[in-house]
Design a protein around this ligand. Structure first.
Ligand code: ATP
Length: 340
């Protein structure tokens, strides 16, 4: 890394003024940074055949939505940077049993992110990471990736590492294909394994309703199920190519009606075969007037497209009356950013 970047950086990668300029990274009193990072849905998701390296090529349109993880990181002055601890805040809005499934050791994605930044910082110290979870766990919305993105931004600020967006994104891609997008936010096309990002113009937020499940689906299991379904059907699977131009035109126009016919997810059939109840959720949302519906990423969260904010509220109320948890959100929104 360029050594001229190591201290005194005024602007963080998220464009926020660094609150600790002039305050050395080894300051004797604890300092705290809070970062918000959004969950995502994939408005369009095409998956290629299984590659020899175990990955699948994808053509994805990511949208960051207004359901955020909050990650507060506090320095532990005088401790080594290997002293990284993590806890889940009681303010988290998710089911306690699912929250208990989050690893609190070095495999937590936020801890791994902090360790990556520590490795290239001049004066890192130990930190405590507190995660407030709002994005469904193993829900196909990239919640763990959002935590990792938030931790990258927070540690960069606390330790005055001065990383550019590209450098943070490079570190993020070592942690998972969805981490660079949680840093970028907005709308983007993801190629490769989803980590080769190109920002897409989407100036007008669209309105969505999310229906989370009270269980998770493992992303590798969903991909493996897709491979099996394809093998048993004998269908030739093409490389995913590009995202359909109609998706990007509809996003540019901010036109929900134009976007509706383009919503697509190759993983949906696999998610539904693993969790058949999703078919009923998809049908109920469409029956309640959603413009279109799809499983987000590897599921099991379902996303419904609404006409506008009022329609999204009505749709959420109808789904709630049917016994589902349902949240009206909008997207695109900003990527990981410092809020405190
Ligand atoms: P993907 O990004 O693959 O679509 P997802 O959104 O379906 O993932 P996540 O909530 O990101 O799912 O978590 C997937 C798994 O990652 C969890 O089951 C958990 O064991 C592990 N994990 C590690 N760190 C975290 C974290 N900070 N928050 C949530 N899960 C984490």
């Amino acid at each position: 890394m360029d050594s001229s970047k190591k201290a005194g950086t005024r602007h963080t990668a998220s464009g926020t003024v660094d609150p600790f300029v002039g305050d050395p990274a080894w300051a004797p009193t604890p300092r705290r940074v809070k970062v918000r990072a959004p969950g995502k849905i994939n408005a369009f998701f095409r998956v290629g055949p299984l590659r020899e390296d175990g990955y699948h090529g994808v053509a994805s349109t990511y949208l960051a939505v207004s359901l955020y993880e909050e990650v507060a990181i506090t320095t532990k002055p005088g401790t080594p940077a290997t002293d990284i601890t993590v806890s889940i805040s009681p303010e988290s809005s998710l089911d306690a049993e699912l929250l208990a499934s989050i690893p609190l050791d070095a495999s937590n994605l936020a801890v791994r992110a902090a360790l990556l930044v520590a490795d290239i910082s001049e004066n890192p110290c130990g930190v405590h990471i507190e995660i407030t979870k709002h994005v469904p766990i193993a829900g196909g919305m990239g919640g763990g990736s959002a935590d990792a993105a938030a931790a990258l931004v927070a540690c960069d600020s606390l330790w005055h590492t001065g990383l550019s967006w590209e450098e943070l994104s490079q570190l993020g891609s070592e942690l998972g294909a969805d981490v660079p997008f949680a840093l970028l936010g907005g709308a983007a096309v993801g190629l490769g394994i989803g980590d080769q990002l190109t920002a897409a113009l989407a100036p007008t937020p669209l309105h969505w309703v999310l229906v989370p499940a009270d269980y998770g689906l493992s992303t590798p299991v969903v991909y493996g199920t897709l491979d099996k379904l394809r093998a048993s059907s004998g269908a030739e699977v093409a490389e995913p190519g590009e995202v359909e131009a109609g998706v990007l035109a509809a996003l540019r126009a901010g036109d929900a009606h134009a976007l509706a016919p383009w919503l697509h997810n190759d993983l949906q059939a696999a998610a539904v075969s693993l969790a058949p109840g999703l078919a009923d959720v998809l049908a109920q949302g469409e029956g309640a007037g959603a413009l279109a519906s799809l499983v987000s990423g590897s599921g099991p969260t379902v996303a419904f497209l609404a006409v506008d904010a009022a329609h999204a509220e009505d749709l959420a109320a109808a789904l709630t009356a049917n016994g589902h948890e349902a949240w009206a959100v909008e997207g695109p929104v900003h990527g990981a950013h410092i809020v405190l």
